[in-house]
Design a protein around this ligand. Sequence first.
Ligand SMILES: Cc1ncc(COP(=O)(O)O)c(C=O)c1O
Length: 400
Amino acid sequence: MPHPDLSDRAKRMEPSAIRAMTKLAAGAGRDLISLAGGMPDPATFPLDRLADIAASEIRNHHGRSLQYGMTAGFRSLVEWICKYLRQNGIESTPDNLMCTTGSQQALDLITEVLIDPGDLIFVETPTYIGALAVFKKSGGVMIPVAQDEQGIVPEDLEKQLRSAPSDKTRMIYLISNFQNPSGVSISADRRKQVAEIAQHWDAFIIEDDPYREIYFDAKNPPPPPIATLIPDLTFYLGTFSKIVAPTFRTGWITAPESLLRKVELAKEAADLCGSMLDQRILYRFCNAPEFVDHLQSLRKFYAERGLTIQEALSEFMPAELAWTHPSGGFFVWLKLPETMDSESFLEEAISKEKVSYIIGRPFTADNSAQNYLRLAFSAEPPERIREGVQRLARVIKRRL
Ligand SMILES: Cc1ncc(COP(=O)(O)O)c(C=O)c1O
């Protein structure tokens, strides 16, 4: 029951489908194979190295690593991120880059700064649940845009922009590489088209890029971000959650300086600053020469899982199904026949076959995608991924 005294903003907040699924799965016991949670595998966390750095950061620096710090972030880390981004063609400086408490906070702060109720937020179908939660809370109007195996469909984006009211702020939210939940990446050609469209319609782009480094073919990194094409309109977001560990809750935004100063004020009001200890540890870890090897080993680690899930899907899933073929990241998006609803067999999958996944609907702004589901291959070892897909295929076959 909505409480009459709550703010309109609070009334727009809803529980996430992932949390609900986690509750359902909690009762299933240890032999549940989780293809649901898109977390990094803790086996990739460099425990010893991080423990050594943490101990030395706490002991040294006269307590500064346990102190408040600058809202924009620990300066050496900010400079390191600028240097790192330059390798991807993004020309940022400490004047137009700031750290945030994960890229989730970046989404929240940018939305707070740009969007009033009634403003327009163009989102891919499907897209990241956590972003949809932020956008819903803002009171902005979400406009779904089609996506296919090459990412967002520029013709549909243009069509939606053309038919939208022109007196509202327009913001386009994109995940350019190995999207959550679909696993697809926006092709280089489409990045150019999207940049031209955004410029023509004077729309801001939020380019969320947490999976960029997790490409499977070491010789084939993703094309340059959209931010390299239209830096004046883009908020480019990154995070250490997938490449070091989520617990550090550290991400970043680079954006035009005048806009970023407002985002910084919003952060100051939200939490004053991120954890200095976390940012110092990250700086020491990422600034060491071994970081390059760490990234290489992550790519290999997840590539094996990406390959395993593709092989298992081809081997076990019935011919009526289709799925994406990501070349990086953590996710595959599975399409069922139109008449099937992925929610209708979730309980059976968990309780009878001991396998979990996330239903498709909450990844959309228009409650479509009932006949889709997301499979994460990041958090289970290859033999359990294979077994999990086989179990899921059994449930689906019973329903066909
Ligand atoms: C597309 C996308 N954006 C943002 C986030 C949030 O990441 P962070 O841990 O940096 O807050 C996630 C986490 O899964 C994500 O998949």
